[in-house]
Every structure is written in structure tokens, then in C-alpha cells.
Write a protein that binds this ligand. Structure first.
Ligand code: SF4
Ligand code: SF4
Length: 231
């Protein structure tokens, strides 16, 4: 799904690529029919009503990024990707949970509406906050995209067999994301000492700090009570 600025993107983000390469004994073959950098679904030969919009490609969707991918993007992502992550956190503080950066309830509802209206890839009223439209439609978090994005292709070189493979891999990676993000959150929760309430910063700048701080007190927040993270 989508492309990075790199000329030859690997099939999976580096972390997932290592896991799956170890699991299957080698890298995955490319899906060449899904020409993401020159989106095949956006081309004029695709009939009206099926064609995707250049402004969105297949990214009329807000992905939930697990905490370890958010950290990876902030630490080593592209400048544009880091800027998009920070912008997302500032614009939607409710999307920040101990498990990562979630989609909001409103975004989930709008996504369901888009699917119901068969406007996936066409309705620009909802598109991914990490989508770099100004760069020709690149993914700002390509090296840290989630399992759903990493396994979604509009076309499959090996037909139904390939589609079933990617769907199975999506289920596997999503389960790993859920468990690993929960483990990361719990590790931080149990090891980080909680600061006294009076010492916590206030105001807009303090919200992000409080989000981290609340991660140290499981009982103080519904969000930290369990794996709320829903890809
Ligand atoms: S619609 Fe297909 S070709 Fe276009 S960006 Fe998405 S996966 Fe790639
Ligand atoms: S994370 Fe990247 S691939 Fe996924 S929806 Fe956003 S821009 Fe598209």
C-alpha cells in the first residue's frame, strides 16, 4: 500500500520484514501490479466509479499506529513523517493512548460511512493524517506503517492465493501489534515511578506529559486499563 520516497520499497516495514523473513525463510516476493508510486487505481482507464482520487489513493482511512511504531517513526522516520506524527498528536490529543496513536470514534464512523457508500479511495473528506499529498501521494510513515497498511494491495500478482496470504498476514501482524503494544505499555507502566500530582505540568504543553504520566497509573485512566488499541 502506497510508496515511500525510496525507489524500491521493500514489501514490509523493516521490523516486520525481519520477523516474516525469519518465519518464512526469506523475503516476500513483490506485488508488481499494484504500482503505488504511479497508482494503478488512479489511472484514466479505470472506469469512473472505480477510479481512486489522486488526492487520497487508497488512504481514505486513519490507521491506528501501535506505540512501538510511533516511537520508531519519531526516532528515525523522515522529517515529513515526524512532522505528521507530531501534528496528529497536537490536533487530536484524544487519539493518544498508552497503546499508540489511535483513530478517533468520529474517524471510525466516517470510515464506515465511506465503505457503506462505496467511496473508499474516492472520498477526500477522510484521509490518513500521514499521507503526503504534496509529495505526490507518499506514505509519511512508510517504514513504520501498521500491519493493515503493510498488507493491503489493490491487486495481487498471484490472484486469490496472494490475496489470502496478505489477509492472513494482516491478521497475524495485527495480533502481534495488539499484544506487543500492550506489553510495551505495561512495561512502562510498571517501571516508571509516578510523579506527584501537583508537580505535573498544566495546559496544552502538559497534555502530552500527562498522557505519559497516566501510563504510570493504570487505575487512573480507562485508556490504560487494557488493550483499547483497535487497528
Ligand atoms: S490503490 Fe493500489 S496501486 Fe494505488 S497506492 Fe493503493 S495499493 Fe498502491
Ligand atoms: S499510514 Fe501510509 S499507507 Fe497507511 S493509510 Fe496512511 S499514508 Fe496510507
Amino acid at each position: 500500500m502506497l510508496a515511500s520516497a525510496s525507489t524500491s520499497p521493500p514489501m514490509l516495514p523493516p521490523l516486520y520484514g525481519r520477523w516474516i523473513s525469519d518465519l518464512l525463510g526469506g523475503p516476500l516476493p513483490e506485488e508488481q501490479a499494484a504500482t503505488c508510486s504511479d497508482c494503478v487505481q488512479c489511472q484514466s482507464h479505470v472506469p469512473e466509479g472505480y477510479r481512486f482520487a489522486d488526492a487520497t489513493k487508497c488512504c481514505t482511512y486513519v490507521p491506528a499506529l501501535p506505540n512501538f511504531l510511533v516511537g520508531g517513526g519519531l526516532k528515525a522516520g523522515s522529517l515529513a513523517g515526524r512532522e505528521r506524527l507530531l501534528r496528529r498528536m497536537a490536533a487530536q490529543p484524544d487519539s493518544i493512548t498508552p497503546h499508540g496513536l489511535d483513530a478517533t470514534d468520529d474517524e471510525r464512523d466516517r470510515y464506515r460511512d465511506i465503505l457503506a457508500a462505496e467511496q473508499f479511495g474516492r472520498d477526500p473528506s477522510l484521509f490518513c493524517p500521514y499521507y503526503l499529498a504534496e509529495a505526490g501521494g507518499l506514505c509519511g510513515v512508510w517504514r513504520n506503517r501498521n500491519g493493515i497498511c503493510a498488507t493491503w494491495y489493490c491487486k495481487h500478482d498471484r490472484g486469490a492465493r496472494g490475496q489470502r496470504f496478505w489477509q492472513a498476514l494482516e491478521v497475524l501482524l495485527t495480533a502481534v501489534e495488539r499484544e506487543l503494544s500492550h506489553w510495551c505499555a505495561c512495561t512502562i507502566l510498571l517501571k516508571r515511578p509516578r510523579r506527584p500530582r501537583a508537580a505535573r505540568p498544566r495546559g496544552a504543553g502538559g497534555r502530552a506529559a500527562r498522557a505519559t504520566s497516566s501510563a504510570a497509573a493504570p487505575s487512573s485512566s480507562k485508556r490504560s486499563a487494557g488493550p483499547k488499541y483497535r487497528p
